[in-house]
Design a protein around this ligand. Structure first.
Ligand code: AMP
Ligand code: MG
Length: 433
């Protein structure tokens, strides 16, 4: 496994934009996830760890794109019907078995190989669709209309992919199309990254496991479930370390132990300057910790650092804020790109979409705001989706995340938004996939 440099999260600056923070951090990181061979049928959503080249042309042979008749275009009259003898039929997987001569037509079906020609004729080059032809009753002759272009309805060998060309790049996520492409190239196995192993825990004496009684002054742990699911959705293998009390010795022991077995450790809560925030002290005792004050709202400082295990293995520590919405926002803005980089993803940015803000908004300059919004219908003038702001906006209001489809993302320089403005939208469906 690759090793990270000790100072990869070093930072002592003041407020920093999310883009600057990521540029600095990601530049210091490398992929650390190991690789493994897996069957193509089991590679859905895995990160590719090799460049894949096509060992042969796809499709491997020239074939017909329609049902119809294959002919030499040069045999067709330019302005009148042409009558040609039909000398046979070729179906998919069943070639004609002899070269087609000039002046002949052959019935052909979608995907069937174009018949060969001879050295002089080169072979039929055009297929006329069944609907545009008229075969006589016994099928021995066909009447072909004028006006078709040479090469029509013929797919050449390599029309999709040329032999030897790169069809997939290392670092890409394998979706259905990519798995289909691997199979089209004849592959049965593919080299992928092992899922990044991540340990996850919550902290706080008030934080209680669902399924157990709720004492006064306590609340159920939502972060471990939301962040655990977010980690799974980006392909991490999560070990659940449960809830740790605000007890420095316990936190330290858990961190040291987890650092030996995991690439990364994620925590929520216990990271601010308050007296009861013990994660911070524990991490500082075991390695290095830096606070990144990223200019996003909702958000809080994100702690990032390295923890050394007894074996010398370094695990990345990411300390998210405790407030549920701030935890999710900072996960999306900071933890997700960091983890995806460690996991071997080439692209860590989420695709944004343009939508029309159906609301007005005022904000402070200098920070990026993530406004929870749902999509509702389309704007008449532009036909872009319309984003409706959720009614609640606190950093602890998890119901506002449930009630939203994503974030309207307002850049640092904006101070106010007029209703009807075109804005960027960050769909949760793109973030967590
Ligand atoms: P902290 O960052 O520990 O100061 O926590 C900030 C706020 O988030 C407090 O109101 C906590 O009760 C709440 N909180 C912390 N951890 C969790 C959690 N795992 N699930 C739900 N709420 C939490
Ligand atoms: Mg706490």
């Amino acid at each position: 496994m690759a090793q990270l440099t000790d100072d990869c999260f070093a930072f002592d600056g003041p407020l920093i934009t999310a883009a600057d923070a990521l540029a600095r951090i990601l530049g210091n990181l490398t992929t650390i996830a190991d690789v493994e061979m897996v069957p193509v049928s089991q590679a859905l959503n895995r990160l590719l760890a090799e460049d894949v080249t096509a060992p042969h042309a796809v499709p491997p042979y020239a074939n017909s794109a329609v049902d119809g008749y294959a002919v030499y275009h040069a045999d067709l009259n330019a302005d009148a019907d042409t009558i040609l003898p039909v000398v046979g039929r070729v179906a998919a997987g069943r070639p004609l078995g002899r070269p087609l001569k000039r002046g002949e037509a052959v019935q052909i079906f979608t995907g069937a190989p174009m018949p060969d020609g001879t050295a002089e004729t080169g072979g039929p080059d055009t297929v006329m669709m069944l609907e545009d032809c008229r075969a006589d009753d016994d099928g021995t002759r066909v009447v072909l209309r004028p006006g078709i272009k040479p090469g029509a309805n013929r797919r050449l060998a390599g029309d999709d992919v040329a032999a030897g060309s790169t069809v997939l790049h290392a670092g890409s996520r394998l979706g259905p199309s990519e798995l289909g492409m691997l199979a089209a190239c004849g592959r049965t196995e593919v080299l992928v990254r092992r899922p990044l192993s991540v340990a996850l825990f919550s902290t706080g004496d008030e934080v209680t496991e669902p399924g157990t009684p709720l004492p006064p002054g306590a609340l159920y742990d939502s972060n471990r479930y939301a962040i655990g699911a977010a980690l799974q959705s980006i392909g991490c293998a999560v070990e659940d370390l449960g809830i740790l009390p605000d007890d420095p010795a316990r936190i330290r022991a858990t961190l040291r132990n987890a650092a030996a077995r995991h690439a990364a450790i994620l925590s929520s809560g216990g990271m601010s300057m308050g007296e009861e925030d013990h994660v911070r002290a524990a991490v500082e005792a075991l390695g290095s910790l830096n606070f990144w004050r990223v200019a996003i709202k909702p958000g809080r400082p994100v702690g990032m650092g390295l923890i050394k295990s007894e074996t010398g293995h370094k695990a990345v520590l990411i300390g998210l804020p405790g407030n549920p919405v701030a935890a999710m926002t900072t996960f999306i803005a900071m933890a997700r790109p960091v983890l995806l980089t460690l996991a071997g993803a080439a692209v860590t940015e989420v695709a944004r979409f343009r939508v029309i803000a159906d609301f007005g908004y005022k904000k402070k300059s200098g920070r990026r705001e993530f406004v929870r919004a749902r999509l509702d219908g389309r704007d008449e003038a532009t036909s872009l989706p319309r984003a409706v702001k959720h009614g609640r906006s606190g950093a602890g209001v998890l119901s506002s995340m449930v009630g939203a489809d994503g974030f309207v993302e307002l850049p640092e320089d904006d101070t106010h938004l007029e209703p009807g403005t075109t804005v960027d939208f960050l769909p949760f469906a793109e973030v967590f996939r």
